[in-house]
Design a protein. Structure first.
Length: 381
């Protein structure tokens, strides 16, 4: 099998020749710059020019030679959005930039990440303020410059191709535009305003899907859509609120993807945290791939989700405990955790190996090496 056949087989709930591997294809399956440089050094690969595809999270663009060495089966298409190559300003040792949504991000020189510092729709606003805001277009041709040639090359070389979304999810983006506390207040006290903002992001994302499908649709197997609606212990909203306000809008997004992109195409949703109680809702609105499979969250045990939902969902992630074992465990603990996760999630297909979210900069080089060595030992069916 080539890589695309391998991924498509497992997404169809078949068992391929070996477990597919994703690394660096999306904003939630990547590796931060310093961990990447340490991995490259171990592999004997010289990084000649380090690029970032997400400055906020400091995610490194992986050189093709390293992806080939690790036998990564996926390739990602990252649109030219504001967090990719922002123009940075520096003042008193602090870097900052303003993205296309008018959000201001800052990072002290020695910090690992950019943090959101200003929300452009904070404070007392009306629905007209949302209407009049200078929104970027979801079908801006500049988003797609250079992507078609990449997509063609990845497809011709037999890889599974994933397109990154226009922006974070409709819930997350609304929290960022209004400020987290303010948007929660909107949901409870002014739901009409909250819905107006949510619907604007639905509109822009659907614009993006249509334009992307026209330019790239023949090469793409899924679009990574994301919305973190849960924390470590519970949902960030009641199940009722999710079903009333968010579920129908998520369904609009997935229905649009299915309309615009030709088969074989699969609906991919990233949602962190303790989402077990609404997994049936995800399935009902068409989700076929669940990421990142945060198995350390409440109720998200690997055996349980595989047993109850393995016939309906493919699991993309969950490959190692990234909260505790990967950054602070021993290499042997990392190897054992990888083996345990594969044993629980991979049988019968329906599994793409990736870490739970991105590999952070605090992970020792020895543990990153142990991660991929263990996967190599376990990847064959």
């Amino acid at each position: 099998m080539n890589s695309r056949e391998r991924v498509l087989t497992t997404l169809a709930h078949g068992q391929p020749d070996r477990i597919p591997l994703d690394l660096g294809s999306t904003l939630v399956t990547g590796i931060m710059r310093n961990s990447y440089l340490r991995l490259a050094e171990h592999l004997g690969q010289k990084v000649t020019s380090l690029e970032l595809y997400d400055s906020i999270q400091q995610l490194a663009v992986m050189e093709e030679s390293i992806l080939e060495t690790l036998q990564v089966d996926t390739r990602g298409l990252i649109p030219n959005f504001g967090r990719k190559n922002p123009v940075l300003q520096e003042q008193n040792g602090v870097y900052h930039f303003t993205d296309e949504w008018s959000m201001v991000w800052e990072k002290p020189r020695d910090s690992l990440y950019f943090n959101l510092m200003e929300s452009p729709l904070a404070g007392d606003i009306t629905e007209k303020d949302i209407e009049d805001f200078p929104w970027p277009r979801g079908d801006d041709p500049a988003l797609f410059e250079g992507l078609e040639k990449k997509a063609q090359r990845y497809y011709q070389n037999g890889y599974a191709v994933i397109l990154e979304s226009l922006c974070s999810g409709i819930f997350e983006m609304s929290c960022r535009m209004r400020g987290l506390e303010q948007f929660y207040m909107d949901l409870s006290l002014n739901p009409e305003l909250a819905v107006k903002l949510l619907d604007k992001f639905v509109e822009l994302k659907i614009q993006y899907y249509q334009a992307a499908a026209e330019k790239l649709g023949d090469y793409i197997q899924c679009v990574k859509e994301a919305d973190d609606v849960a924390g470590q212990e519970t949902l960030l909203m009641s199940p009722r609120m999710y079903r009333d306000l968010f579920k129908p809008r998520h369904k609009q997004l997935f229905d649009a993807q299915r309309k615009f992109f030709p088969p074989p195409f699969y609906i991919f949703l990233h949602s962190d945290g303790a989402i077990f109680d609404i997994i049936p809702d995800f399935i009902e609105i068409g989700v076929q791939i669940l990421n990142p499979v945060q198995l350390t969250a409440q109720g998200m045990e690997a055996e349980r989700i595989k047993s109850e939902y393995g016939k309906d969902l493919c699991f993309w992630g969950g490959g190692v405990n990234t909260q505790e074992i990967l950054p602070t465990g021993t290499p042997q603990e990392v190897r054992q955790n990888v083996k345990d996760r594969i044993a629980a999630l991979a049988p019968g297909g329906g599994y793409v190996f990736a870490t739970v979210h991105n590999i952070q900069d605090d992970v020792p080089k020895e543990n990153v090496i142990a991660l991929f060595e263990a996967f190599k030992e376990m990847r064959n069916y």
